[in-house]
Design a protein around this ligand. Structure first.
Ligand code: GRF
Length: 231
């Protein structure tokens, strides 16, 4: 019997989380319901109590924890994290609310295969408390960015962005909830493009093929006049 002309092997995804893992859940659900050529093979956390670990485990996904507090040096933590991740032989490592700064050595190890979602329209507002930062300077739109990870924190070639309006009277929590809605659209779309081979990193530039729209608008922006003027 002759071999088939090519063999299909699903892309292996490892997701890193630190907390509730709602982005991780949106990725797992989309992978199943949309039939991606991929499998989430493991969810790894840096905190034993990360709520997302229990959810992943209930779905039958392998879980692991590398508690960062047990490591005096960032390098030692990252080395152990990489050892655990590599045990799952991932094609892609997806950061989904993983709240640790990664060392250059870790980032280089997964160059072109390490993706993050950040809750701002990068390059604006890197770091923490992005929603409060946005409110403090009075921007009219805010959102999220999915990007390839580089050694510089919250920086790197952008794959897709989601935009939400900032409304009068918004608190940081209001804005965070609105941004999270688009995060749950943008991240599954971007990771699907990755596993389908539609997007890859070419040096510093993301090469994207067969993707019509890399910008996602919150539904409120589709009715801007009503939102802004209350008509
Ligand atoms: C998200 O807003 C993500 O962009 C940021 O941290 C939050 C994590 O939320 N990095 P979740 O754990 O995915 O629910």
């Amino acid at each position: 019997m002759t071999s088939p002309p090519f063999s299909f092997s699903p892309r292996r995804i490892v997701i890193l989380i630190s907390g509730r893992g709602s982005n991780m859940q949106s990725l797992v659900r989309a992978c199943h319901t949309e039939g991606w050529p991929a499998e989430v093979v493991a969810v790894v956390a840096n905190k034993p109590g990360a709520a997302g670990l229990a959810w992943a485990s209930e779905q039958g996904i392998a879980t692991a924890c590398v508690p960062h507090r047990e490591f005096a040096e960032r390098e030692a933590f990252d080395a152990e994290l990489a050892r655990v991740i590599d045990g799952f032989q991932p094609d892609f490592v997806i950061l989904a609310g993983f709240m640790r700064v990664l060392t250059p050595a870790f980032v280089r190890r997964y160059a072109g295969r390490l993706i993050n979602i950040h809750p701002s329209l990068l390059p604006a507002f890197p770091g923490l408390h992005t929603h409060a930062q946005a409110l403090a300077v009075g921007v009219q739109v805010h959102g999220c960015s999915v990007h390839f990870v580089t050694p510089v924190l919250d920086h790197g070639p952008i794959i897709a962005q989601g935009v939400v309006p900032v409304l009068a009277g918004d608190t940081a929590n209001d804005l965070a909830a609105r941004v999270l809605e688009v995060e749950h659209q943008v991240y599954p779309a971007a990771v699907r493009w990755l596993v389908e081979g539609r997007v890859r990193l070419d040096g510093e530039v993301p090469l994207v093929a067969g993707v019509a729209q890399r910008l996602f608008l919150h539904p409120m922006l589709l009715h801007t006049e009503e939102v802004l003027h209350g008509d």
